[in-house]
Design a protein around this ligand. Structure first.
Ligand code: NDP
Length: 463
């Protein structure tokens, strides 16, 4: 495989980056990229992967020569695949615009191959079809494994032996969940590495309970990016080195610092909301957490004794993802001493809202204009949609573009994955071994009361 640094976008503006791509080869006439979606008949492929590929095509971000192949066991023709995909493609970029022509052009580049995931013969057939479309060009190949994890290894084995690119690069995107603890994750890594090198694997992080689904991966990634020291450069390896240092400096999570919850049904305003265990696919006595809160610590010089509180849950009162930095209390609060104002408890707070309505805002204590001395909480607000009216790309667009360009900054390296599992595996095992019952919280509430006690233990305010 060619070096993954080939298409590095560096720290360029979007326009510069597009221009650079056309100069550096990924848009050269001589090469082509074949993108094979393995598990093409599935929910994720229809909902996210094909629409993201279309959005990249619409924005002229895909190489000049590319084809998209769907691969799954279902018996479909090229036309049936196109019909299936066309139902979920939207003019995301500008909803007022009619993009039927673009859609048709995109669909004409989509093909289908039916096959078993562990069949060498079927992957040989796929390889032949890929070769026909790649004819005369340097072939680069990207495989997106959108299939259940128990068949990852079979698919990787067959793809690497029989359908990897003969002369260009071959890369594989692996969906989450990547294991359920340190051992299973290490085993999966070991298997994959028999067939692929680290720089060919783009791991992407389900439903194994909220800790495995969200905390051990998404939230921990955000924490590591937030808490890392400045990397030497924006190169993927420099960033990942700093993230690993943070993860390895973290204290292993203790059960005392974890609260787990599960939502229960309730009725509000005449409307009934279901409990997690009302789902027909969930056992009635399930102890799977749908909510978790945890207090984590990074034992390094910068973050000594600073509590990092993580909270994630389903069926809560709002749906949002954000980082909140609460500044320390000022000793000997002047305003309280002189004016008796009770804003003492509310220190300034920096909020980085990841979704929805991306924003960065600083909640500050501010004097209300006028002759009296009264304070108010106010926001200095950078709301992205107001400042940058352009639509923000879906995460799957970024993911696919980075994999095509060989940009690994946002992907997880296997030592990072080991460090992340090492933090959570003991507590996950203890929760399961001791059969800890999650604290019930009503559907649509702020989560279990225990989470508020955990926050109070570390002097953190939770809204
Ligand atoms: P699906 O259950 O829809 O499976 C995808 C395809 O794989 C199916 O269309 C089916 O295709 C094939 N398949 C399903 N079960 C089996 C099986 N037991 N043995 C062999 N083939 C099977 O999965 P999703 O599309 O929802 O998800 C794909 C991957 O992405 C999974 O690993 C999932 O955990 C992960 N993921 C999904 C998300 C989502 O929103 N859906 C979000 C994040 C991650 P066929 O029968 O035609 O071969």
């Amino acid at each position: 495989a060619a070096s993954l640094q080939d298409g590095l976008a560096e720290n360029l503006s979007a326009e510069e980056s597009v221009e650079k791509r056309s100069k550096d080869g990924s848009k050269q006439n001589g090469s082509t990229v074949s993108i094979t979606v393995v598990g093409a008949s599935g929910d994720l492929a229809k909902k996210k992967i094909f629409p993201a590929l279309f959005a990249l095509f619409y924005e002229d971000c895909l190489p000049k020569h590319f084809t998209v192949f769907g691969y799954a066991r279902s018996k479909l023709t090229d036309e049936e695949l196109r019909n299936m995909i066309s139902k979920t493609l939207t003019c995301r970029i500008d909803k007022r615009e009619n993009c039927n022509d673009k859609m048709e052009q995109f669909l004409q580049r989509c093909f289908y191959q039916s096959g078993q995931y562990g069949s060498e013969e079927n992957f040989v057939e796929l390889d032949q079809k890929l070769r026909e479309k790649e004819a005369g060009k340097l072939p680069n190949r990207l495989f997106y494994l959108s299939i259940p994890p128990n068949i990852f290894v079979d698919a990787v084995r067959c793809a690497s032996h029989h359908a990897s690119s003969p002369t260009g690069w071959t890369r594989v995107i692996v969906e989450k969940p990547f294991g359920r603890d340190s051992e299973s994750s290490a085993e999966l890594t070991r298997f994959l590495k028999q067939y692929l090198t680290e720089d060919q694997i783009f791991s992407y992080f389900d439903n194994y309970g909220i800790i495995r689904d969200i905390m051990q991966n998404h939230l921990l990634q955000i924490l590591a990016l937030f808490a890392m020291e400045t990397p030497v450069s924006l190169d993927a390896e420099d960033i990942r080195n700093e993230k690993v240092k943070v993860l390895r400096s973290m204290r292993t999570l203790k059960l005392d610092d974890v609260v787990v919850g599960q939502y229960k049904g309730h009725t509000k305003g005449g409307k009934s909301y279901p409990a997690y265990t009302d789902d027909p696919t969930v056992p009635k006595c399930s102890l799977t957490p749908t909510f978790a809160a945890a207090a984590l610590f990074i034992d390094n010089a910068r973050w000594d004794d600073v509590p990092f509180l993580m909270k994630a849950g389903k069926a809560l009162h709002t749906r949002r993802a954000e980082i909140r930095v609460q500044f320390r209390h000022v000793p000997g609060n002047l305003y309280k001493r002189n004016f008796g104002t009770d804003l003492d408890k509310a220190t300034n707070e920096l909020v980085i809202r990841v979704q929805p309505d991306e924003a960065i805002y600083l909640k500050i204590n501010n004097k209300i204009p006028g002759l009296s001395m009264r304070l108010d909480r106010s926001n200095l607000n950078l709301l992205y949609s107001a400042r940058y009216p352009r639509e923000i790309p879906d995460a799957y667009e970024r993911l696919l573009l980075d994999a095509i360009e060989g940009e690994r900054r946002l992907f997880i390296r296997s030592d990072e994955l080991d460090a992340a599992w090492a933090l959570f595996t003991p507590v996950l095992k203890e929760l399961e071994y001791k059969k800890i019952a999650p604290e019930l919280y009503p559907y649509g509430s702020r989560g279990p009361v225990g989470a508020h006690y955990l926050a109070a233990k570390y002097n953190v305010r939770w809204g």
